[in-house]
Design a protein around this ligand. Structure first.
Ligand code: AQP
Length: 329
């Protein structure tokens, strides 16, 4: 039997190059080797306020982006989180075994809650528990995510191990898959921050649906440094980030990328990187137009049915082991 992978993205904002390179690209590469579950995590999305109309539209748009990226619904199970109510049920169970201290250490809560716990939603605080439920329900072996999700994944592992110890062997303990290159694409406007959908600076992120002019403009404005050499160097985050983007867009080796820019200036470097991004995104943007809402809904329905069967099996086992019995079954 194939091992399983599970991953997801939130149907919020617009997906950017970081989401693609840190996550989606690897999902596509792994789907042949693993039995794959790719979820549109709309319950995670509402941990911050959302316009219902926009959320509804973004949910289908994200399915479109998954498919256009190369996720094949014949090979992989693609579904919407809220269609499988077991996610919320297991999240409750796990929240009863999670310590407050564990969640207080989560850096994403501090970032997204803007350091104001008094005003932040409880859902934002317990977000990593819902993520653990997403993963553990499918007896997942591997979770392909960007670097920013590493801490949450460690919590998922801790919760699985704790449950297995307290109630007997129940969950597979998942491993992270964090790509060696592209796990953390930085903002073009502030290379100390990660590229992010919710960045207030519109020039920080290249969105997957940006047109050629916008991509060229954003890269022209990208922050660089006072140096001149175009080389991979983690102590020079701006250049390192742009070179990483160039490398992943062209498929060249690190040495080939550096050789390509020997003796060239930053202006040339930015123009060539912009051209590579535009070329890379062109076929993807064409494919996005291929799927009607009806096609997508049919795929998502089939995916939800398959996901639900597996999720129910895990949850029934969990309830049984904990002595949670109702009168209806
Ligand atoms: N900058 C990034 N570089 C590499 N990978 C990234 N991911 C996110 N940003 C980067 C990875 O993308 C996947 C889906 O992310 P998400 O939809 O769950 O949202 P997020 O992690 O909260 O990402 P954003 O884009 O930064 O959104 P906001 O602004 O809302 O916080 C995940 O695997 C993530 O690691």
């Amino acid at each position: 039997m194939k091992k399983r992978i599970f991953s997801g993205a939130q149907p919020t904002g617009n997906l950017h190059l970081g989401n693609y390179l840190g996550a989606l690209k690897n999902w596509v590469a792994l789907q042949d080797e693993y039995e794959s579950f790719f979820c549109i995590v709309n319950l995670h999305a509402v941990t911050l306020p959302q316009d219902p109309q926009v959320l509804r539209q973004k949910t289908l748009d994200l399915a479109r982006i998954y498919l256009a990226s190369g996720i094949d619904p014949e090979k992989s199970t693609v579904f919407i989180q809220s269609d499988v109510s077991e996610h919320a049920e297991l999240a409750w169970i796990l929240s009863c075994t999670t310590r407050m201290g564990e969640l207080e250490r989560m850096t994403q809560f501090k970032d997204k809650g803007k350091g104001n716990a008094e005003r932040a939603g409880v859902g934002l605080f317990t977000y990593p528990v819902l993520m653990a439920a997403d993963i553990l329900l499918y007896q997942t072996h591997l979770v392909p995510v960007g670097q920013d999700q590493k801490q949450h994944l460690e919590l998922s592992r801790d919760l699985a191990e704790r449950f297995n110890r307290d109630f007997g062997e129940t969950f597979v303990v998942p491993e992270p898959f964090i790509p060696p290159v592209g796990a953390r694409i930085q903002s073009l406007a502030d290379p100390a921050k990660k590229m992010s959908k919710s960045d207030e600076n519109a020039n920080g992120a290249i969105f997957l649906m940006d047109d050629a002019d916008t991509i060229v403009k954003k890269l022209k404005k990208a922050v660089t440094d006072s140096g001149t050499e175009i080389k991979f160097d983690e102590t020079r985050p701006a250049i390192n980030n742009l070179l990483t983007i160039y490398q992943l867009m062209t498929g060249k080796t690190a040495a080939e990328c550096e050789a390509n820019f020997v003796g060239k200036g930053y202006g040339h470097f930015k123009t060539e990187t912009a051209e590579a991004v535009v070329e890379f995104l062109k076929p993807f943007q064409e494919r996005v137009k291929n799927y009607t809402d009806e096609d997508l809904k049919a795929i998502l329905r089939t995916g939800a049915e398959k996901a639900k069967t597996i999720a129910r099996e895990t949850l029934t086992d969990v309830y049984g082991k904990m002595g949670i019995v109702g009168a209806l079954n």
